[in-house]
Design a protein around this ligand. Structure first.
Ligand SMILES: [Zn+2]
Length: 67
């Protein structure tokens, strides 16, 4: 095996390890802030700025991304 091929192999292994670490971290931390209401749990009226309703996409601004 040439040195270039070894370098490429090491790079691929590092990328795979990084992806595995991201996946493991995501599976261990399933809770996330709701993007629709940015974690407030409130959906503001576009017409009346002081009026709001509970965000229909989450419960209290927290989303469980684990299916
Ligand atoms: Zn929400």
């Amino acid at each position: 095996m040439t040195e270039a091929a070894q370098g490429a192999l090491i790079f691929v292994v590092l990328v795979i390890l990084f992806i595995a670490a991201v996946g493991l971290s995501a599976s261990r931390h399933p809770m996330s802030t709701c993007r629709r209401c940015s974690g407030t749990g409130r959906k503001r009226s576009w017409l009346l700025s002081s009026r709001w309703r509970p965000c229909p996409y989450c419960s209290g601004g927290v989303v469980n991304r684990r299916p």
